[in-house]
Write a protein that binds this ligand. Structure first.
Ligand code: SF4
Length: 225
C-alpha cells in the first residue's frame, strides 16, 4: 500500500478511536489479525464464561479456536450436534456471560456502532447483560456517519450475510436490499417481506453508559462483511 494511503487510513482509524472513547467505549488499534487476537486474549480471564455473536470476522482472526482452547468456559454456538433448543439455551446463557465477543456491521468515524440483527441475540448482548463486550472490526467496517452505516448494511453486510446463511431473500439475488430499488424509500428499517429476512432490529450504539464495558479492536486489514 502507498504510504500516503496508509497515512490516510491511520488518520481515519485514529479519528474513530478518539470518538469511540468520547462515547465511553475503549478503543485499541491492531495492525493485523495476530495483534487483534492478542488484544482479545488480554480481555479474557482464565475460566471466564464467553459467548459470541455470529461473525465471519471472529473466525478469520482465530478467535473461535482461541475460545475452544480449554482455557475458557466457551458457550459454543457452533458445537456439532446442537439441537435448536440447545442453541436457544446457549443464546440465553450468553446474555449472562462474563464476556461477549462479536464484530459489528459498521463503526462510524463519529464514534458509534451500527448493527442490524434478525434473531437479535447479538444486539441484545451488546446492549445489556455481559459485563464486558469485545467488538472486533476490520477497517472495511469504518464509515463516516450513521447514514453511511445504514447504506453499508443494505448494500454489503446484509446481502453477503443472507447469502452466507442461504436465506432466500431478494438481496441474495440482487446484491442489495430491496428497499434500495424503491425510489424515495430511504427509511432505515425498510426492507423485504421475506420470512427469511435477516434484518429485524436496527441498533445504533451512540454511547455506553458504563465506561469501558464495550472494547472496540479496530484492525488495519479488511475482515468479514
Ligand atoms: S430487508 Fe430483506 S432484502 Fe433487505 S437486506 Fe434485509 S434481508 Fe435483504
Amino acid at each position: 500500500m502507498h504510504p500516503i494511503i496508509e497515512d490516510m487510513q491511520m488518520k481515519k482509524i485514529e479519528t474513530t478511536m478518539e470518538n469511540l472513547r468520547r462515547n465511553n467505549m475503549e478503543a485499541v488499534f491492531a495492525k493485523d489479525k495476530t495483534e487483534a487476537l492478542s488484544y482479545l486474549r488480554g480481555y479474557l480471564s482464565p475460566g471466564c464464561t464467553v459467548g459470541v455473536g455470529g461473525s465471519v470476522t471472529l473466525d478469520e482472526i482465530g478467535a473461535l479456536d482461541l475460545l475452544r482452547s480449554g482455557s475458557y468456559n466457551f458457550l459454543d454456538r457452533y458445537a456439532p450436534g446442537l439441537t435448536k433448543e440447545d442453541t436457544k439455551q446457549i443464546f440465553r446463557q450468553s446474555l449472562l456471560a462474563d464476556v461477549y465477543v462479536m464484530s459489528t456491521n459498521a463503526v462510524t468515524e463519529t464514534g458509534a456502532l451500527y448493527n442490524v440483527d434478525g434473531n437479535s441475540n447479538r444486539v441484545a448482548a451488546l446492549l445489556y447483560g455481559p459485563d464486558s463486550v469485545v467488538v472486533i472490526a476490520g477497517i472495511n467496517k469504518i464509515v463516516p456517519t450513521v447514514a453511511d452505516a445504514v447504506t453499508r448494511v443494505k448494500t454489503v453486510a446484509a446481502p453477503a450475510n443472507a447469502a452466507r446463511l442461504s436465506c432466500p431473500t431478494p438481496c441474495t439475488r440482487t446484491g442489495k436490499c430491496v428497499s434500495m430499488m424503491r425510489t424515495g424509500d430511504d427509511e432505515i428499517c425498510s426492507g423485504c417481506a421475506s420470512d427469511a429476512r435477516i434484518c429485524a432490529n436496527y441498533v445504533i450504539t451512540g454511547r455506553q453508559r458504563i465506561p469501558g464495558r464495550i472494547k472496540v479492536i479496530l484492525v488495519a486489514t479488511p475482515l468479514g462483511f
